[in-house]
Ligand binder design. Structure first.
Ligand code: SF4
Length: 366
């Protein structure tokens, strides 16, 4: 559905930059009211609270994209990062329009796998190993990578179903090519019995011939050299220190953390697993969490009878997610009210088609 017709130009972002918080709050509220059921706002778990307070749904990227598609809203405003808004557009009904309030909100991990580099790597790997690879991409990847994987017989996975995705792929081919997070790939492969020495790593920064030379001839898994700049900062030393300082504390981390960090943790699992584990823990339980700080502080507030803290002392937030703020949200919403769809995320039809194939295969294993 089109926004209401208007002849005025979109309102510039600069008009909003100096607005006091109370005014932004009132204007966001008024815009939400004006748009009513035509609008749904999605907030990722790692999003700051000043933004989360306006979200109709809070969740992980895949669940939020589903929520958007299930809603009757015409406009889906995704308070997350670029690949998440793309996923929402892939799943959205054709008439729905997806908006990312700040186009600068990318994801360092997704950006590490450029489609041209991936195609080059695939050509080298299939030349060397024949038709033995099944590609898998983590949800945290661009629409182009999801489509690539769909086109080549593979599937998308989340951090909750990565093990099942690996089993699915190995039932169909001898080897897996995993994108774009080396840590989730390595952690999942190792948990399914692949020796670390058997895991190849494709480094897109080196010449393909050199990259290929590092892949073991009998490999069952090749991981893309990519990582999350937030989760890679958690280390095994932090676990050792915390256990010494706080007796009884349990270390729980996300599988985007390094292999060594996951090995040092008591529990490893997806965002959903972390949330549920802490919610179901007995009062007095103590957790040091290896994931994004906004989720950790929210969990600490929700469970004041438990100790919930970050594994890391000087924590960094997800800097790109942090770009979404009430200023950008207010700007995007008021422009919608005025009939302008700003910062729309549009994935082209062939990409949507193949990305849906890869996502559909994921649904087979859930
Ligand atoms: S936390 Fe990491 S993987 Fe998630 S959006 Fe931020 S950079 Fe990307």
């Amino acid at each position: 559905m089109s926004p209401s017709a208007t002849t005025e130009a979109p309102r510039p972002l600069e008009e909003y930059e100096r607005l006091p918080d109370a005014e932004l709050d009132a204007r966001i509220g008024a815009a939400r009211q004006a748009l009513g059921p035509r609008l749904t706002i999605l907030g990722h778990h790692y999003q700051r609270d000043e933004v989360v307070q306006y979200a109709d749904f809070l969740g992980d990227s895949y669940r939020l994209s589903q929520r958007g598609a299930e809603s009757t809203a015409d406009f889906i405003v995704f308070c997350g990062v670029h690949f998440m808004a793309e996923s929402a557009d892939i799943l959205a009904r054709p008439a729905q329009r997806v908006i990312l309030p700040d186009l600068g909100a990318g994801c360092s991990m997704a950006d590490m796998a450029d489609i041209a580099d991936v195609e080059e790597a695939w050509a080298s790997l299939t030349r060397e190993f024949g038709d033995t690879f099944v590609p898998i991409t983590y949800m945290n990847s661009t629409a182009a990578i999801k489509a690539f994987v769909g086109k080549h017989g593979g599937l998308v996975c989340t951090s909750s179903n990565a093990r099942a995705a690996f089993e699915w792929a190995w039932a169909r081919g001898e080897r897996i090519f995993f994108l774009p997070d080396e840590h989730l790939g390595r952690n999942t492969g190792a948990s399914l019995g692949v020796p670390l020495a058997n895991i190849g790593m494709w480094d897109p920064r080196v010449d393909p011939k050199r990259a290929l030379a590092t892949v073991p001839k009998d490999t069952r898994l090749v991981v893309w050299r990519g990582h999350c700049s937030v989760h890679q900062r958690f280390t095994p030393d932090q676990a050792v220190f915390l256990r010494k300082e706080i007796p009884g504390i349990r270390i729980i981390c996300h599988p985007e953390c390094r292999y060594e960090t996951c090995q040092a943790a008591d529990l490893v699992g997806s965002t959903d697993f972390i949330i549920k584990t802490i919610a179901n823990a007995a009062p007095g339980s103590k957790f040091a969490v290896g994931t994004e700080i906004h989720l950790v502080t929210r969990l600490a507030r929700q469970h004041p009878d438990r100790l919930v803290m970050s594994m890391q002392r000087n924590v960094c937030a997800c800097a790109t997610m942090y770009r979404i703020d009430p200023v950008h949200l207010c700007w995007a919403l008021e422009n919608l009210v005025a009939g302008h769809v700003v910062n729309e995320i549009v994935v082209d039809d062939p990409t949507i088609e193949w990305a849906k194939v890869a996502l559909g295969r994921m649904l087979e294993i859930r």
